[in-house]
Design a protein around this ligand. Structure first.
Ligand code: AMP
Length: 225
C-alpha cells in the first residue's frame, strides 16, 4: 500500500502561500495543528485525521502533485508555468484561489534607458528565475536577450552589472524601489492555483471533491469582488 493511501495530502510552501491558504482551509473546516515557522516538522497534522499538510519548496509543489507525493497543492501561476505544467502535465487545475497575488515584471536600474535599448534592437542581458516566462515574453516582443538563470536576490543583478534587466515578481514595488530599480513592463498577473493529481481525484474523489468545493465557496466569500 502507498504510504499515503486513505489519506489526503496537501502540499504547501512556507510563507505567503501557507499563510493565505489557512483561511481557505479553515472555511473547509480544517485547522492545521502545527506552525511550520515554529516546528521543523515537514508533515503537519490537521483537525481532520484523514487530511495532512506537507511543507515543500514552492518550486517543488507541482512536482509533488504531478507524481502523487501529494494529492493536492497550492502553487503560484509563475511556478506552474516554469514547471511546464500550465497546460496540463497530469495536473488538474480546478481553481484560481486568488491568493498571493502579484505580477511578473521586467525591471531595470533607474538610470537604464530600457525603452531606447529596445527601440535600438540592443541585445539585453536579463537575469531571472523565470526563464520560460522571460524567454516567451521577449521572443514575442522580438527583443534579443541573453538569459541568466538565478535562484534568488535577482535585484542585485542590474546593480552589479551582471544584467541589464531582471524578470521578477513584484507585489508592492517596495523591493524594487529600495534597490533603485524601476518596473518597465508588466508581463503577467499572478495568483495561486489549486492543483490536483488527476489519478488521486479519481481514486479519492469522495474526500477530494468536497475539499475543492469548499475552497471554491471560500474563494468567493473571502475575496469579495
Ligand atoms: P514587493 O517588495 O512587495 O514588490 O515584493 C517583491 C519581493 O517579494 C520580490 O523579492 C518577490 O520575489 C517577492 N514576492 C512578491 N510577491 C510574491 C508572491 N506572491 N510569491 C512569492 N514571492 C513574492
Amino acid at each position: 500500500m502507498k504510504p499515503n493511501a486513505g489519506m489526503v495530502t496537501l502540499a504547501l510552501s512556507k510563507g505567503r502561500i501557507f499563510d493565505e491558504t489557512l483561511p481557505l482551509l479553515q472555511a473547509a473546516g480544517i485547522k492545521v495543528l502545527e506552525d511550520p515557522e515554529k516546528s521543523r516538522k515537514l508533515i503537519l497534522t490537521t483537525s481532520r485525521p484523514e487530511v495532512r499538510v506537507i511543507i515543500v519548496r514552492a518550486t517543488d509543489v507541482p512536482t509533488y502533485v504531478q507524481y502523487g507525493g501529494a494529492d493536492l497543492g497550492v502553487t503560484g501561476l509563475d511556478t506552474l508555468i516554469e514547471h511546464g505544467a500550465a497546460a496540463g502535465g497530469g495536473l488538474y487545475q480546478p481553481l484560481d484561489l486568488q491568493i498571493a497575488r502579484c505580477r511578473v515584471s521586467v525591471a531595470v536600474r533607474v538610470d537604464f534607458d530600457y525603452a531606447s535599448a529596445v527601440r535600438q534592437g540592443s541585445r539585453l542581458k536579463v537575469a531571472t528565475k523565470y526563464v520560460n516566462i522571460a524567454r516567451d515574453f521577449f521572443a514575442a516582443k522580438g527583443v534579443h536577450v541573453d538569459l541568466i538563470k538565478l535562484y534568488g536576490s535577482m535585484e542585485l543583478a542590474p546593480l552589479t552589472g551582471l544584467a541589464d534587466a531582471i524578470v521578477d515578481l513584484v507585489s508592492t514595488g517596495n523591493t524594487l524601489k529600495a534597490n533603485q530599480l524601476v518596473e518597465v513592463e508588466r508581463i503577467m498577473d499572478i495568483s495561486s492555483r489549486l492543483v490536483v493529481n488527476q489519478a488521486a481525484l479519481k481514486l479519492k474523489r469522495d474526500a477530494i471533491r468536497p475539499l475543492i468545493d469548499s475552497f471554491a465557496a471560500a474563494v468567493g466569500k473571502l475575496q469579495p469582488a
